[in-house]
Design a protein around this ligand. Structure first.
Ligand code: ZN
Length: 454
């Protein structure tokens, strides 16, 4: 995006020495952005135009001018905030083919995205693991490119497949708009005003006109990396290949979801027809999956979606005090010390929380508590033989363990808090995740402590 350089220039100028003109321009810019956040779209546009005319030489004035162009980034607003964005899946909803006057209509559709997630069984169970943001884009043209017409729209919506009205967007353009935000995870839902049905991939789910069950399917592609489980031809796709939920063989010993077969999971096998073809591709169930035309994700897709969520979201949302990963920096227990974690809260089940106090000889290798862009980088957790204790529940997801100076023999210990999601929501006979090779559903915090001699 060309505005990036300008934003950077403006921020750099701001950090260095702000002259009064720059400061006034910056204040005006913030007022315009706030108007977008408050859903006052035409007021925001007027504020940008005033700013562009009054302070044309400032970086802020130049960005404001870009924002009043027929196709432009106007600003953003919150749809639903469930926590710190560094520990949530950021779902960014953007619109294609919406003019300035259509922004309220776009906002209504964007809001309904949250409802679609809430109503869907899996996404609803983990709703609080997501934050929802709208990005307001204006488009010069309505409609989508196709049938011999070319339209100028913000995300380049086009007719994607042979299915009537199936829309796609320019993934590069969508990612460019994402980069206007301070923070995002590379995922967006593009609502294309004209069109129906959708496409998904590369982190971007495109849906036509409104948010409905199609959105869940496209999110399965965009966020989950899942393949289609329907067999209807919608366009050439090249040779079939093995993915999480599509197999090129019906040999049950070789399908990618072999661990479900080994576990004797009811209903899971290898069924003919998937990936938009009848021959050479097999799916895990006989067609009940949302990646086909069913209502919910099949067990194989469900596992993948939960793992994908936990690649980004740490089951431990906060902790207190700061962890002490180095033995040499051990915290002296010269008085009562309280160790506290705040854990994530799925809709119908709770995470397991255990506190362990390990003597130095039984200490574990510490994994650290840095927020990782992909939690697979952390690796597996070391097994702990100690059974541990529950600690105390303080409400609102907060759990604590208090250790006093007289409770332990003098010496060095590790206080370890382990949190794990069994991924077995209320009413489910089996867990949703059978294989979690990297312990993504678990997390830990570690504090070295030093109990002084009495
Ligand atoms: Zn499936």
């Amino acid at each position: 995006m060309r505005t990036d350089a300008l934003v950077l220039a403006a921020l750099t100028g701001f950090a260095a020495a702000q002259n009064p003109v720059d400061r006034k321009a910056h204040e005006a810019f913030e007022r315009a952005e706030k108007a977008v956040a408050d859903s006052k779209y035409s007021a925001a546009w007027k504020l940008y135009r005033q700013l562009a005319r009054k302070y044309p030489q400032t970086a802020w004035g130049k960005i404001a001018a870009l924002r009043t162009e027929p196709t432009a980034y106007l600003g953003w607003g919150v749809l639903q905030e469930n926590g710190d964005s560094t520990n949530r899946v950021d779902v960014v909803v953007m619109g294609d083919g919406y003019a300035l006057d259509d922004q309220n209509e776009f906002e209504d559709v964007a809001k309904s995205v949250v409802d679609v997630f809430r109503r869907q069984k899996l996404l609803g169970e983990y709703l609080t693991y997501h934050n929802f943001v709208r990005v307001n884009l204006t488009s010069k043209d309505q409609g989508v490119t196709g049938f011999g017409r070319t339209k100028e729209t913000a995300i380049g919506g086009y007719i994607a497949g042979k299915v009537q009205g199936q829309v796609g967007v320019d993934v590069g353009k969508a990612k460019g708009w994402l980069d206007q935000l301070d923070h995002h995870d590379g995922y967006a839902i593009a609502i294309v005003k004209a069109g129906s049905s959708g496409t998904g991939g590369g982190g971007i789910a495109a849906v036509g006109g409104r948010a409905d069950e199609t959105l869940v399917h496209e999110w399965g592609h965009a966020f989950g990396g899942l393949s289609d489980e329907y067999s209807t031809f919608t366009g050439h796709r090249g040779s079939p290949r093995n993915t999480v939920n599509v197999s090129t063989t019906d040999d049950l010993a070789k399908v990618p979801w072999q661990h479900f077969i080994a576990a004797g999971y009811p209903g899971v096998g290898a069924y003919r027809g998937a990936d938009g073809r009848i021959k050479g591709a097999y799916k895990p169930t006989s067609g009940q999956c949302r990646m086909a035309s069913g209502g919910n994700f099949c067990p194989v897709c469900r596992e993948q979606m939960v793992l994908q969520i936990y690649r980004r979201v740490d089951p431990i949302d906060a902790h207190e005090p700061a962890t002490v990963p180095e033995k040499d920096a051990a915290l002296p227990v010269d008085r009562d010390r309280k160790f506290e974690v705040t854990v994530m809260q799925p809709d119908t089940h709770d995470l397991e929380v255990r506190f362990h106090v390990l003597p130095e000889a039984a200490a574990i290798r510490v994994t650290g508590d840095a927020r990782l862009a992909d939690r697979r980088q952390r690796g597996k957790l070391q097994p702990i033989a100690d059974k541990g204790t529950d600690g105390s529940y303080l409400g609102h997801g907060r759990h604590s363990l208090t250790i006093g100076p007289r409770e332990l023999e003098p010496g060095r210990y590790q206080v370890v808090c382990r949190v794990r999601d069994d991924a077995q929501p209320n009413g489910q006979a089996r867990p949703w995740v059978l294989r979690d090779e990297l312990d993504l559903l678990a997390s830990e915090r570690v504090w070295w402590i030093d109990v002084p001699p009495r």
